[in-house]
Design a binder for this molecule. Structure first.
Ligand code: FES
Ligand code: MG
Length: 569
């Protein structure tokens, strides 16, 4: 793109009054030639003390800015809405679309030509990508990277995953509350996001597989000096992406999403990636459906032995060769066509990749599991689909028939789970936890087991809900049932005692009663659905789409790529 056509020049070029205003207020150290047509690059930064996983991104942003200067651009720090997974109530997911919408509007309304997106914690990279796609400015991501591995009494701690494990041990009486409290200070060893293959690590890897990072960057630990070097390079690259006019719509094709699905399966990534990828594709008008995840991903071997499904942690994956070494093993399943932000295809980066530790990254010939992708279930309990991650489930439960024990809300569950009539063959059903019902589709789908069954040694049961689950969690957990109960889905009509069939090999999820359609919605379920009166929550509940469409807002799908022209003065 020529300098005179540059977006920022629509604000800064010329000697009129408005160009004067735009330049004069920016000249706090910026020389006059900063406005001569060189690319202006926003650094969209989700650093926040209330998003501890991203708190270090301001240091990363300085390396990006150095790179932008070095390549002849002008870096502009742009703090954007940040979402901390562990603190936000009722769930960070409620605000993903808000962060995406706010970031989209700031990218559109400001005089910038490109953007470097700094994210890490679960929802931050998806929100940034959704925003960048809807504005379609040259954009690339610098994932903030995972934290280093912490240890408790000699045992490595997987953050997230081990919280679930240790708290279940407390409930089962095999770990004292005192020791549980002692482990708390060992959980988070360094800057960075969760070190398991949870949602943050998954989304970083998937973003690289989409082509939206410099290849080889995702998974670089947050404290690793390599991260700052690659941040610098990302800053430089953003400038050439503007001159070459390489945009999200240039990089992100249907084949890029299918490559990301292959990566998602090979790394054993989080089910949350399904919702996020569908939402990102929806911004670009790329035709991607829930069933693509099963069709493309379910035959892909699981190669990465990371918690929550396996043993190791992100630091180990990086040491073992990282995502590129994984992708090299499944290169035949990847499309060589889509380019990355560098302009080169993803697959052109694989020939140099090597596995350095075969206990962490298994070679294709000896996978951890032959087929490991996310399975998409259909049936009268989830007409628009539901998902399960077989790699994180108990093999013996993947085909199971049991009696439903139904809970109308997570509060109802918490209040009654230890007194309700239940055995290990029961199927636990939780409703009212979808996008509209909660609202925001929280990560409660891996709800815990009844204490009396835990005490008897039961460690997994079939659980079904319209919720999501933490990417750090595990179990035979059917998630994202759509339509959700609060959108009139059949989950709202199931009753305790109904026989339920889970048949993952045949992709079925059925409640085996003849009169399901004719039944009324359970009143207790309807009473528990959210009815926010005002503000974002009201807008969200009125407009959010179901999980099988990415849980975006209906009016945020697609893009508006024309820059605004009307002046403010
Ligand atoms: Fe931020 Fe896990 S809490 S990545
Ligand atoms: Mg999470």
């Amino acid at each position: 793109m020529s300098e005179s056509q540059r977006r920022s020049q629509q604000w800064y070029a010329g000697d009129g009054r408005n160009a004067y205003i735009h330049r004069a207020w920016m000249r706090r150290g910026l020389p006059r030639d900063a406005f001569d047509g060189r690319p202006h690059i926003a650094i969209a930064n989700t650093a926040s003390d209330l998003t501890p996983c991203n708190a270090h991104l301001t240091e990363v942003s300085r390396s990006v800015a150095d790179g932008v200067w070095a390549a002849g651009g002008v870096p502009l720090h742009l703090p954007v809405v940040s979402l901390g997974e562990t603190l936000l109530r009722p769930t960070a997911m409620l605000f993903r679309n808000l962060a995406a919408m706010a970031t989209e509007e700031m990218l559109r309304a400001n005089p910038i030509d490109g953007v470097v997106l700094l994210g890490g914690c679960d929802k931050t990279i998806p929100a940034l990508l959704m925003a960048a796609c809807s504005v379609d400015l040259p954009a690339l991501v610098v994932p903030g990277g995972p934290m280093l591995t912490g240890h408790f009494r000699g045992t490595p701690l997987g953050c997230g995953t081990d919280v679930w494990r240790l708290s279940e041990e407390v409930r089962a009486g095999t770990l004292s509350r005192e020791d549980f409290m002692r482990s708390e200070s060992s959980m988070i060893r360094s800057r960075g996001h969760c070190n398991t293959m949870g949602t943050a690590s998954t989304m970083a890897c998937v973003t690289e597989a989409l082509g939206m990072t410099i290849p080889g960057l995702a998974g670089t630990p947050a404290p690793d000096s390599g991260l700052l070097e690659l941040a610098h390079q990302s800053g430089r690259l953003s400038v050439s992406m503007v001159t070459e006019d390489r945009r999200p719509s240039t990089v992100l094709r249907r084949a890029s999403f299918l490559n990301a699905i292959v990566a998602l399966a090979a790394i054993g990534g989080s089910t949350n990636a399904v919702v996020h990828l569908l939402a990102i594709a929806g911004r670009l008008g790329v035709d991607l459906t829930l069933d693509d995840f099963d069709r493309t991903g379910s035959g892909v071997p699981l190669l990465v032995d990371l918690q929550p499904a396996g043993k190791h942690l992100m630091d180990d994956l990086h040491r073992a060769g990282g995502l590129l070494a994984v992708l090299r093993e499944v290169e035949d399943l990847l499309s060589p066509d889509p380019i990355t932000v560098t302009g080169r295809p993803l697959t052109s980066y694989l020939s140099d990749a090597r596995i350095h530790d075969e206990t962490v990254i298994h070679p294709r010939a000896t996978p951890l599991q032959e087929s490991a992708g996310i399975a998409v279930l259909h049936g009268n309990l989830a007409p628009s689909g539901a998902v399960i991650k077989p790699a994180a489930a108990t093999p013996g439960l993947l085909t199971h028939r049991g009696r439903a024990v139904v809970f109308d809300s997570i509060e109802h569950f918490n209040a009654t789970v230890d007194t309700v009539d239940v055995d290990e063959d029961s199927v636990l059903v939780l409703r009212g936890c979808g996008p509209k019902g909660y609202p925001g589709m929280p990560e409660v789908g891996n709800f815990p087991l009844p204490a009396k069954l835990l005490a008897r040694g039961v460690r997994d049961m079939v659980r079904i809900s319209d919720a999501r689950m933490s990417g750090t969690a595990y179990g035979t957990v059917v998630l994202h049932a759509a339509p959700e109960a609060a959108a009139g889905g059949p989950l709202a009509k199931v009753r305790t005692g109904d026989p339920i069939l889970l048949d993952v090999p045949n992709r079925r999820l059925e409640v085996e009663v003849p009169d399901l359609d004719a039944r009324p919605v359970a009143q207790a379920a309807a009473d528990a659905f959210a009815t926010p009166a005002r503000g974002w929550q009201r807008m969200y509940v009125d407009h959010v789409l179901q999980a099988d469409e990415g849980a975006d807002l209906d009016f945020l799908r697609g893009a508006t790529t024309t820059p605004p022209t009307r002046e403010s003065h």
